[in-house]
Ligand binder design. Sequence first.
Ligand code: PEP
Ligand code: MN
Length: 339
Amino acid sequence: MLIVLGLETPRLDVDNIINKIEKLGCTPHEIPGVSKLAIGITGPTDTLNEEDFNLMPSVQEVVRITKKYKLVSRQMKFDDTLINVGENVIGGKELFICAGPCSVESRDQIFEIAGILKELGIKYLRAGAYKPRSSPYAFQGLKEKGLEYLDEVKKVFGLKIVTEVLNSVSLPAVAEVADILQIGARNMQNYSLIVEAGQYQKPILLKRGMSATVEDLLLSAEYILAQNNYNVILCERGIRTFETSTRNTLDLNAVPVIKKNSHLPIIVDPSHGVGIWDKVPAMAMASIAAGADGLILEVHHKPSEALSDGYQSLTPEQFKLLLNKLKELAPVVGREIKL
Ligand code: PEP
Ligand code: MN
């Protein structure tokens, strides 16, 4: 349920509504908007009646939220959520462009790639220190050493770090270095990890599970918002289908569907979505045309030597060409790329 109030509502009226919600055994969430103030209600809302609030001072409207997810829904919050990462904003006019290797492989490797990306004007570096690999025999990441290198790179180049957290044991160390905590496709429904990660109040990049519906993704995000962390960036990264000519099927339908149903930013990972480097630029362009708020892309200075996902990684030259095309496309869809 949602209670809509004017922006100038006296604090006393807001507090009275909040107290009443708590008294009725539910949880209030204050949601400031551009033109209205809203108080979202979660919990056993089936027991509530619109009349409980309709006649209270300052209440303009009482709306029942019909979706399973509540706080992430656009019914609950109409305005797009903007996420601040230092001086940068995600979800506004400026597109979020994050690039880097799949994994941190060595100090030299991450310094080399970070230097190239910095030179191109990129602000966000992606790289995994802990890697969730399908095979137990594949490279599992440099772990603590990888985090150390990421921390160094962050200090030297001033790049914001996007890196994945795999479990609650390594969460404190990962959160120390990460500016944005990545929850990977395989952990999208690991609700205890999501809740713990959300408690750090850092932005969470929540990737769609490979067999998850859009509703599953939004319900996972709801776990984070339910503890008052609204800093969630959703990510479409391809789903499993019967198609075998690409690694996954990039479900770009998800972009407009999510834009309609949620106020959270939605970005796309065409690298994992396609899995083959030469198809990545086309799907990156298509993602922005579809309305995505940004991209996360795998870029490696020597893809043929990469310890993970080399086949889907762009070289810096290919990435630069893509950036030039994206810069032309962005204004066509009302966006901008600042490098
Ligand atoms: C990754 O970003 O390298 C990764 C493992 O992604 P996903 O969780 O989407 O497979
Ligand atoms: Mn990868």
